[in-house]
Design a protein around this ligand. Structure first.
Ligand SMILES: *Cc1c(COP(=O)(O)O)cnc(C)c1O
Length: 391
């Protein structure tokens, strides 16, 4: 087997070697419970607090506004359910989100609808953008929360978060953003962007799976999701995952250290791929041409199935993703691609490439060429392509 080219960093990332190095002692020598008084525990408490500071600093928050969770899904659930249930006490039972959120938000919203909440799902334009004006129009006197993702995990579109934050502030509505894809990729400042709650997940930027954080602005008070012990200032129970917490602290420091340089490097590689791939007939780039994550390229190809492309790329040592999990069942077409107006049959021919700093320009050229080759091969075998190619 040749070298693997990993281009699925939006799904997950490997643990950074320096992150692992920082974590290791906390599995063995320094195993004490961070909530105890003896010194092995106290050292761990200090390590947790250092990580809290690292996370806070990376997004412009105060240290005591960061709460550790077991990942992005938990942070999203806590923010949305916690605020919804808190505001329901004041008779506010209306929530606003978008149709292109991650399922950690969408399915949470569906659960709340069953509990008697009303949810407005804002549509997006052909690029996947929602406008601040749409948010403003949707806000009502009984609106409890606006939850809009920072950047989309499939098509990479970056939403106008600062402008939406300003609208929410003006109407005194709490604003949450699922920033799982954005942290470590774009500059974030929760204060100037008027963000009240922000979700992140360690495994999307070089920490392990199963560790995340929720930023909760001082004075914002979601109901607890996990009840139990007094950890995380009585707001999130459970013995601290010290190695994970140390890991997310180190990872966020590394990921945000030189973010604009890193973004330039990723954009250059991404654009090499885009340029090559779009020379294929009946291909399109999904998402916004500029307002997109630096490492994300998402394509649709008429006349081919995403799964077929993935399997062939895998055979060539390239790991990528497709928006559709299954070949023909319409239910499995990506809700994001459908929301930006991609016809269902074309949505099945989608491909997502998501790069990291571990990729090289040489790999970007290789990826572009191989996608070109694979799509051409698949089309040559496809009776469907015969029918549509000249239309
Ligand atoms: C990955 C992801 C999540 C879920 O995070 P987990 O840590 O895997 O639970 C939520 N939202 C977005 C946008 C994501 O990309």
């Amino acid at each position: 087997m040749e070298k693997i080219i990993y281009a699925d960093n939006a799904a997950t990332t490997p643990v950074h070697p320096l992150v692992l190095q920082e974590m290791l002692p906390f599995f063995t020598e320094s195993y004490g419970n961070a909530s105890t008084v003896y010194s092995v525990g106290r050292n761990n408490k200090a390590a947790v607090e250092k990580a809290r500071e690292q996370v806070a600093k990376a997004i412009g928050a105060q240290t005591n506004e960061i709460y550790f969770t077991a990942g992005g899904s938990e942070s999203d659930n806590w923010a949305v359910k916690g605020i919804a249930k808190r505001m329901a006490e004041k008779g506010k039972k209306h929530l606003i989100t978008t149709v292109i959120e991650h399922h950690a938000i969408l399915h949470t919203m569906h659960a709340l609808e069953k509990d008697g909440f009303e949810v407005t799902y804002l549509p997006v334009d052909e690029y996947g953008l929602v406008t601040p004006n749409q948010v403003e129009q949707a806000i009502r006197p009984d609106t409890a929360l606006v939850s809009i993702m920072y950047a989309n995990n499939e098509i990479g579109t970056i939403e106008p978060i600062s402008e939406i934050g300003e609208i929410c502030k003006k109407y005194e509505v709490i604003f949450h953003t699922d920033a799982v894809q954005a942290v470590g990729s774009v500059e974030i400042d929760v204060v100037s962007q008027n963000i009240d709650l922000l979700s992140m997940s360690g495994h999307k930027f070089g920490a392990p799976k199963g560790i995340g954080a929720l930023y909760i602005k001082r004075g914002v008070n979601p109901i607890n999701l996990i009840d139990g012990g007094a950890q995380e200032k009585n707001r999130r129970a459970g013995t601290e995952n010290v190695p994970g917490i140390v890991g997310i602290g180190k990872a966020i420091e590394l990921a945000t250290a030189d973010i604009s340089n890193k973004a330039n490097k990723l954009e250059k590689m991404r654009d090499i791929i885009i340029e090559k791939v779009l020379t294929l007939p009946k291909s399109r780039l999904n998402g916004h041409p500029e307002k997109r994550l630096p490492g994300n390229a998402n394509f649709c190809f008429e006349g081919v199935e995403g799964e077929g492309i993935l399997l062939k790329l895998d055979y060539m040592g390239i790991c990528a993703a497709s928006g559709s999990a299954c070949t023909s069942a319409s239910l499995d077409a990506s809700h994001v691609l459908l929301a930006i107006g991609v016809p269902i049959e074309i949505a099945h021919g989608s491909l997502r490439i998501s790069l990291s700093e571990n990729n090289t320009e040489e790999e970007a050229h290789y990826i572009g060429e191989k996608i070109f080759e694979v799509v051409t091969q698949l089309r040559n075998m496809s009776p469907l392509w015969e029918e549509i190619k000249d239309i």
